[in-house]
Design a protein around this ligand. Sequence first.
Ligand SMILES: Cc1cc2nc3c(=O)[nH]c(=O)nc-3n(C[C@H](O)[C@H](O)[C@H](O)COP(=O)(O)OP(=O)(O)OC[C@H]3O[C@@H](n4cnc5c(N)ncnc54)[C@H](O)[C@@H]3O)c2cc1C
Length: 462
Amino acid sequence: MANVDVVVVGAGVSGLVTADRVRAAGRTVVVLEARGRVGGRTLSEPVPPVGTDSEADPKPLAGLVVDSGAGWVAPDQTLLLAELERFGIATTPQVRPGDALMSMRGKSRRYTDAARSFDPVTTADIAQGMLRFSAAAEKVDVAAPWRGEHAARYDAQTFESWIRRTCLTGKGRDYFRLACEAVLATAPQNVSLLHVLFYAQSGGGLLHLLTTGGGAHDARVVGGMQQVAERLAEDLGQWVRLYEPVSTIMHDADGISVHSESGATTAHRVVVTVPPALASSIDYLPGLPQDRTLLTQRMPHGSVVKVHAVYRRPFWRDAALSGEIASDQGPTKVVFDTSPPDDAYGVLTVLVDGEDAVRLGSMDADRARDAVLRGLASHLGPKAMDPVGYLAKDWTAEEWTRGCYGAHLPPGAWTQVGSALRTPVGRIHWAGTETAERWCGYVDGAIASGERAAAEVLAALP
Ligand SMILES: Cc1cc2nc3c(=O)[nH]c(=O)nc-3n(C[C@H](O)[C@H](O)[C@H](O)COP(=O)(O)OP(=O)(O)OC[C@H]3O[C@@H](n4cnc5c(N)ncnc54)[C@H](O)[C@@H]3O)c2cc1C
């Protein structure tokens, strides 16, 4: 006899949306979450002042909350925008007055129009590369990337080999390498061309993913993105259980039994919403089909350290700079001004991706902070060396995430075993942003996957 209709594994946005929709349909549901908080890869937190031990004496800077996980929302992320509206959570535009900086091969350029951030030859090279990339991406079937017209050919090569073949200039090649690191948090030699094409197409195109106004970085959530998960969890109340890492899922024709710290919960169906790389460390009895196992072994995460440096005021605006920086020199390759709407502080967010994140994560905290601040100072001047607050979140070190922003697939994985991504195994269903067709890797994709999984289990319940 089942305790509940559905067990959901993981209280990230995708798990909470799954549970919310199952409960709204009048069915019973329990969410089991490994961490002592909800939200998963969304985490909104205060910033400790510089000079104090953040563990012993957090003394956060008054009223300031930053997003150490997901932070931005695009105008076409309609599912996320609907959740924000449902809970009365506001957004604030990302675009700041002033020039952005592009620094490549030792040369720095100020620009307002992204299309003019390079010299004319590099601009033309990037434009032809983008055209060829978009033409190929349009051929990818985002619902089934393994099935598209040229799937086998695209999946037999890395994105790096495409870059070398396509771009005619060194700076053009550097641009696409930086784009890959910024979007997937991994170097282009680690990832299948088919996966990059799919991922870009899933989010409305590569340029859209890289764009601030109107694109993936269009706006930020006032008070932090984690509020979405917190509000969903508030509504679910006692049905969300924290500190309950799921270790084993037993399944047969009669039902499901999900084992966590406090024992077993029985149900008709289970939805596993943890990232595929972590889903593979749960024991399934009986074991999963081989294609599913092979797939989850081939979906590593990127590496990201997200840093916030807080200043008394946004001093870079004195020099008519917007605080937005793209550079080929780590660790400060991707920087945004994320000061609060009232500018009570000046806040710079640094997204340290790929190899730079691995390097930064291996340094002790003081050396890592010094490396980041020196990087900022090289673009914005010596004032960048003196923040009043500093916070760095290394997602690769997080036991229940192990890297981000999401999973990427190496050559061969999509076409050989990709069809196992969403296919239920008996009573076990799969969700999480990695399973989304649209906005895969983003919060919007997490919501879409939760809605899809909820519909699947509701249709299958007795
Ligand atoms: C630094 C960073 C920046 C990002 N920026 C953006 C952005 O600007 N915009 C955007 O849209 N997206 C962004 N993302 C991506 C976004 O955060 C994710 O796509 C989304 O939050 C994924 O939600 P999810 O529910 O699918 O997975 P998760 O959030 O990973 O949720 C999975 C949950 O499962 C739990 N779990 C894991 N294993 C177990 C287990 N064995 N038992 C029980 N529970 C378990 C985890 O603790 C977690 O709570 C960013 C992510 C990061 C880390």
